[in-house]
Ligand binder design. Structure first.
Ligand code: NAP
Length: 276
């Protein structure tokens, strides 16, 4: 019998901005569970050593964030199909047999956030525009195709990156030039920003947004600020909007359940805890 307190955490660099510690600690407290969740700033060269050592200290798993999501996938012994497809891991489970199991729950969190924030949106409603072709875009596109979206229009500053992504995901994804991004909004049932544009400290989004039309669902993965310029413009155009914080909360649900054995709920208290 071990009396180790079950520990989880998040590994990235930098990590001090992460909202995950207050989120998981809120769930541990409200569910009355023993455990803790620790932010850890780890360099790329130390990542594997740290991951192999943490289980010995009572860690049951960790979240992985920028810049280690791809490296964590390489280190893992077992990888889910969705993490393989996305090419990155955001959740690791340390199994009792010593193996590291990698998953990616970002796409799950993205779809659950849309379901919760825009219950009238239907994946079959029409084409989805995705701005950006980085790691988050891969998770978003995988989940949209899985949900049944008929067509994805993908646009990225670096076109070749979007083309690689379209090659990986097949015929339903077509690439549109970044300079044409404003022209595809009108025909989209869903518009998703997966770039870092509009985040505090990053450049502003300069895409012309006058093509946004009433009823289109617009969501932004950026959640600092909560109401980005994109979401504010969408709201003014009569669009339905969903902010990016909910994705962060929902992606954490399956991880917490695997680590601590209880499925938490995402509600207004969860949101408030993450924002504290
Ligand atoms: P990433 O792999 O580094 O990709 C960054 C994306 O932003 C690329 O498409 C990049 O285009 C684009 N970009 C950056 N600077 C730009 C600029 N000046 N002009 C035009 N495009 C620019 O990052 P990621 O992991 O995909 O994350 C992207 C964003 O999603 C971040 O803000 C992250 O915090 C957020 N995110 C949120 C959640 C959530 O739970 N809400 C989850 C995951 C990620 P290029 O290819 O041309 O460089």
């Amino acid at each position: 019998m071990s009396d180790k307190i079950p520990l989880a955490g998040v590994i990235g660099s930098p990590i001090s901005h992460s909202k995950s510690p207050q989120l998981h600690r809120h769930w541990l407290k409200t569910l009355g569970l023993r455990g803790d969740y620790i932010p850890m700033d780890v360099s790329a060269q130390d990542l594997e050593t740290v991951l192999r050592t943490l289980p010995k200290a009572g860690f049951v798993g960790v979240n992985i964030t920028i810049p280690h999501k791809e490296a964590a996938l390489e280190i893992a012994d077992l990888v889910t199909d969705r993490a393989t497809l996305i090419g990155a891991a955001n959740t690791l489970i340390f199994r009792k047999d010593g193996q590291i199991h990698a998953d990616n729950t970002d796409g799950y969190g993205f779809i659950e956030n849309l379901k919760a924030g825009a219950p009238n949106w239907h994946p079959h409603a029409g084409p989805a525009t995705v701005l950006g072709a980085g790691g988050a875009a891969r998770a978003v596109i995988a989940s949209l195709l899985d949900a049944g979206v008929p067509e994805i229009l993908l646009t990225n500053r670096t076109r070749v990156r979007a083309e690689k992504l379209a090659d990986d995901f097949g015929k339903k994804v077509s690439v549109v030039d970044w300079v044409q991004a404003g022209n595809i909004l009108e025909d989209s049932a869903l518009v998703t920003n997966t770039t870092s544009l509009g985040m505090i400290g990053k450049p502003a989004m300069r895409i012309p947004l006058d093509g946004l039309r009433r009823g289109t669902l617009v969501t932004d993965l950026v959640y600092t600020p909560l109401k980005t310029d994109l979401l504010a413009a969408a709201e003014a155009a009569g669009c339905v909007t969903v902010d990016g914080l909910g994705m962060l909360l929902h992606q954490a649900v399956p991880a917490f359940e695997r680590w601590f054995g209880h499925r938490p709920v995402v509600d207004s208290a969860t949101r408030a805890a993450a924002l504290r």
